[in-house]
Design a protein around this ligand. Structure first.
Ligand SMILES: Cc1cc2nc3c(=O)[nH]c(=O)nc-3n(C[C@H](O)[C@H](O)[C@H](O)COP(=O)(O)OP(=O)(O)OC[C@H]3O[C@@H](n4cnc5c(N)ncnc54)[C@H](O)[C@@H]3O)c2cc1C
Length: 500
């Protein structure tokens, strides 16, 4: 649906059962759950869908092997269950994949210890995946320094088919019935009225500058690392809060031999570092750095890049430099703690649990923590609370699960895979800016250097054509979209990867 029509619909159908704040994986999956249950639901996203942590993950749907380190068996059992449920129910969105753990030949966990841990992991997942195996010969070994690892151990997880950002969008897209809408790039503010027991929100669309008023019986705060900020804005208190851990990946050109995701011992904090094949690139990372506030975790720093390059050089025959880096991903993990929590520790020592809590007196639910893998579990916890407080009132709620059938695709210079056209994304996926398109509706910004611009702005004309499609043929707006994007690439990515 075009944005203009959507705004008109929101203005006309302004009464909802539930408003979901935040269009990352947790908001999107909850929106899908509510729509399928017949709730009139509005999802509001302040930037673009998936523009928070959900666009910067490792894209693994996994049982949380690493959390065995903390004996966090509850998280492993829950995540393994969610992983296997997603594999079963969303076969077109993700696929099982063998992962390769590489025990170090020097210090680090002994191979027999890791092997035993993988069997325990497999059993905690009720043996639903292929069992672990030892493999001494594997193709990626050619890329590694001789004598670095002591064979390999394989085990099965799953990996997202296209990207994490597209995974998020796919949960929301099928729902177009009356009273079911999502809106990105919007601001909101509001209050609870005891008179009609409803929340009243003023919504401002940042793209068209339009305002509208909406009403709902319940609000669910799915704002990820911004959950506490959103709660504060609505004067909601909570027994939980988030602490933040910044995670950075480097995207580098993928070698032919790179077939499976590799897990190396990091050699610090009992952690691992991964090497994940993704289309034409390999992702190297992530870092795990506690940051005191969100603003310090939003962008990768030169230290993050140096740290990852140094760890890369220790393990691979051919070191890489800043000039080889195709893209950088940076996100903040939302880690839930009790509101009184004061300690500081290595973030991996904290449980990756999730908490869904309803306010004592107001119809307001806050979602904390969690992972992409656990999204359906988070949604069903929220649904249970919503069911008790609000009845579903949508007249019809069929989902259009074939919404992508008419998707139009095009080629982009340097990519062998086709990408959705900008016209399709503008008309059907609420895609407004070049960053929405290049970073989240497609993987161009991740797979082509300089956010898709290419060296020496080689793809400038291609990006200008895309901007014209996004701007519905208006040359002034298209030029502005292009310049805003190019400036961001120069100021952030070029500056980060410059040699001095
Ligand atoms: C480096 C890294 C690697 C990871 N790898 C994996 C992995 O491999 N597998 C896995 O399962 N998990 C992984 N995770 C964890 C996972 O990515 C996150 O837990 C998950 O994406 C969080 O989703 P969310 O919806 O809670 O938050 P977000 O994705 O951040 O979504 C919150 C949204 O709320 C919006 N928002 C903020 N304020 C407002 C407001 N006032 N109104 C409306 N909207 C608002 C934001 O713009 C944002 O889009 C990884 C995380 C990191 C950082």
């Amino acid at each position: 649906m075009k944005r203009r029509q959507l705004l008109e619909r929101i203005q006309n159908e302004h009464e909802f059962d539930v408003i979901v704040l935040g269009g990352g994986i947790n908001g999107a999956c909850l929106y899908d759950t509510l729509c399928r249950q017949g709730y009139k639901t509005l999802l509001l996203e302040k930037n673009d869908f998936s523009s928070g942590t959900s666009q910067s993950s490792g894209m693994m749907i996994w049982g949380g092997l690493l959390y065995l380190r903390n004996l966090d068996l509850a998280s492993v059992i829950e995540l393994s269950f969610s992983r296997d449920q997603l594999i079963q129910q969303k076969a077109q969105w993700l696929a099982p994949e063998m992962m390769r753990y590489l025990p170090s030949s020097g210090s680090g966990r002994a191979k027999w210890w890791v092997h035993s841990g993988l069997w325990l992991y497999w059993m905690l997942g009720m043996g639903r995946r292929r069992h672990p195996r030892s493999e001494n010969h594997f193709v990626e070994k050619e890329l590694l320094k001789p004598g670095l690892v002591n064979g390999s151990l394989t085990y099965e997880e799953a990996f997202l088919a296209h990207s994490d950002a597209r995974f998020v969008y796919r949960w929301m897209a099928p729902h177009r019935c009356a009273g079911q809408m999502v809106l990105n790039h919007c601001n909101h503010s509001g209050v609870f009225s005891a008179k009609d027991k409803s929340w009243h929100l003023d919504v401002e669309d940042e793209i068209a500058g339009r305002h509208c008023q909406v009403r709902a019986k319940m609000i669910v705060n799915c704002a990820g690392v911004w959950t506490d900020q959103v709660n504060a804005a609505f004067e909601i208190n909570s027994p939980f809060r988030h602490v933040f851990s910044k995670g950075v990946y480097l995207g580098i050109p993928r070698a032919e031999q790179h077939q499976a995701s590799l897990f190396f011992e990091l050699g610090e904090h009992d952690d691992v570092v991964t090497f994940v094949p993704w289309g034409p690139i390999s992702l190297w990372g992530p870092t795990e750095t506690a940051v005191p506030d969100i603003s310090e975790g939003l962008m990768a720093s030169r230290q993050d890049v140096d740290y990852l390059l140094e760890h890369y050089a220790r393990r691979f025959r051919e070191p890489i430099s800043r000039a080889d880096i195709v893209s950088v991903r940076c996100g903040i993990r939302p880690l839930v703690v009790d509101s009184q929590y004061q300690e500081s520790c290595y973030p991996l020592d904290l449980s990756r649990r999730q908490e869904v809590i309803q306010h004592k007196t107001l119809p307001w639910i806050s979602c904390y923590g969690g992972k992409i893998t656990g999204c359906t579990r988070m949604a069903s916890k929220a649904l249970k609370l919503i069911n008790k407080a609000v009845s579903a009132t949508a007249q019809s709620y069929g989902a259009d699960d074939a919404w992508e059938a008419a998707l139009t695709q095009m080629e982009f210079p340097g990519l062998s895979q086709k990408v959705p056209t900008a016209t399709w994304c503008a008309q059907h996926e609420l895609c407004c800016t070049l960053e929405d398109y290049l970073r989240r509706r497609t993987n161009i910004a991740q797979w082509i250097p300089r956010g898709g611009l290419g060296g020496n702005d080689a793809n400038a004309q291609a990006l200008k054509n895309i901007a014209l499609d996004l701007a519905h043929g208006d040359p002034m707006s298209a030029a502005q979209l292009f310049e805003t994007y190019r400036r961001k690439v120069i100021d952030h990515l070029d500056a980060l990867l410059a040699n001095n």
